[in-house]
Design a protein around this ligand. Structure first.
Ligand code: NAD
Ligand code: UDP
Length: 326
């Protein structure tokens, strides 16, 4: 479809961790970007460097409410949603509504604007998986009635809405199932494992390991993930279904802790806390589809990505890295 040359790209959640990296990359590529964010887990500082380009603006708005945009819109990346378990569990009903009502509002906007729309879905749609690695064809094992359900079921419901809008309205939709991603600009108090361990190690605090630490995750560096999101958005027509984006190298939480301690030279000690309810025991993406359809695969190892993350947090002002949320 022909677009006005000055049509904008919208990034919901644009002031958050992934959103701010995405806005930065899109603007570097020449786009005009509007970020929509309620600043619940994101902040203005993450995107302060973009205003000077003259091609960026931030609208403070909660996507559970409808929004109208006066400009032509060519693409919408729907990233708004808290992603850290302790953060999304602060107001579970609002988290659920962000995924459901928020996706609905953004799909309606995409329909009015005839814009392509991408949903930031998650590996959490696989729940506590019974198979590894997880391909897109796996339906998942999700508890509908537990502390993670507000996030997992919200994201599953959003995928359903995307499916129906593509089917019923011919909307051009994309769904990225994002696996654990880390990097600079994660909030020091975000509560996710990589930022917690780095912040704790740099401060000399105990490293908080939930459960045995033998549960696994596969950690993707932010630059790789953003590259995958943009490739998926720009992919050929007909790729409506979900596509896994993540790094297939799998680590136990204990291995991650040892790597962080080794790299920081920290005297911190491991402190074992109760296991979290419904915490997935294993997680590893099958990225065959992303590789085949998009020619995408991660390029940054956990070894190198941690070095960059640690360098970033070591430079951050003292107050930003004083305490990890645990
Ligand atoms: P984040 O918490 O840093 O960013 C989320 C952003 O969305 C924040 O700026 C927040 O203020 C904003 N937001 C939250 N609710 C909103 C609402 N109702 N209206 C408007 N803005 C709202 O998290 P992130 O890691 O950058 O994650 C971004 C997206 O990617 C999320 O949708 C998340 O579910 C998805 N995702 C992330 C990961 C990961 O490892 N980082 C993994 C899977 C999926
Ligand atoms: N985790 C941990 N200590 C922390 C934070 C997290 O041991 O301080 C564990 C958590 O129990 C989970 C894994 O690390 O098994 C990844 O947690 P995170 O919150 O980063 O992401 P998610 O559970 O959503 O994959």
């Amino acid at each position: 479809m022909a677009r006005a040359p000055d049509a904008v790209t919208i990034v919901t959640g644009g002031a958050g961790f992934l959103g701010s990296h995405l806005c930065t990359r899109l603007i570097a590529g020449g786009a005009r970007v509007i970020a929509i964010d309620n600043l619940s887990t994101g902040n203005r500082a993450n995107v302060a460097h973009l205003h000077a380009t003259g091609r960026f603006s931030l609208i403070e708005h909660d996507i559970i409410m409808p929004i109208e945009i006066s400009e032509d819109v060519s693409a919408i990346y729907n990233l708004a949603c808290p992603a850290s378990p302790p953060k999304y569990q602060i107001d579970p009903v609002h988290t659920f509504r962000t995924s459901i009502d928020g996706a609905h509002n953004m799909l309606e906007l995409a329909k009015r604007k005839t814009a392509r729309i991408l949903q930031a879905s998650t590996s959490e749609v696989y729940g506590d998986p019974e198979m590894s690695p997880q391909p897109e064809s796996y339906f998942g094992a999700v508890n509908t009635y537990g502390p993670r359900a507000c996030y997992d079921e919200g994201k599953r419901g959003a995928e359903t809405l995307f499916y129906e809008y593509a089917r019923a309205h011919g909307l051009e939709t994309r769904i990225a199932r994002i696996f654990n991603t880390y990097g600079p600009r994660m909030d020091a108090q975000d509560g996710r494992v990589v930022s917690n361990f780095v912040v704790q190690a740099l401060a000399g605090d105990d490293i908080t390991v939930y459960g045995t630490g033998r549960q696994t995750r596969s950690f993707c560096y932010v630059d790789d993930l953003i590259d995958g999101l943009i490739r998926l958005m720009n992919s050929d027509d007909g790729i409506n279904g979900p596509v896994n984006l993540g790094n297939p190298r799998e680590f136990t939480v204990l291995e991650l802790a040892e790597m962080v301690l080794d790299k920081t030279g920290s005297p911190s000690r491991l402190r074992f806390l109760d296991a979290l309810q419904d915490d997935p025991k294993q997680r590893r993406p099958d990225i065959t589809l992303a590789h085949t359809l998009l020619g995408w695969q991660p390029t940054v190892s956990l070894h190198d990505g941690l070095d960059r993350m640690i360098a970033h947090f070591a430079q951050a002002p003292e107050q930003q890295r004083a305490t990890a949320l645990s």
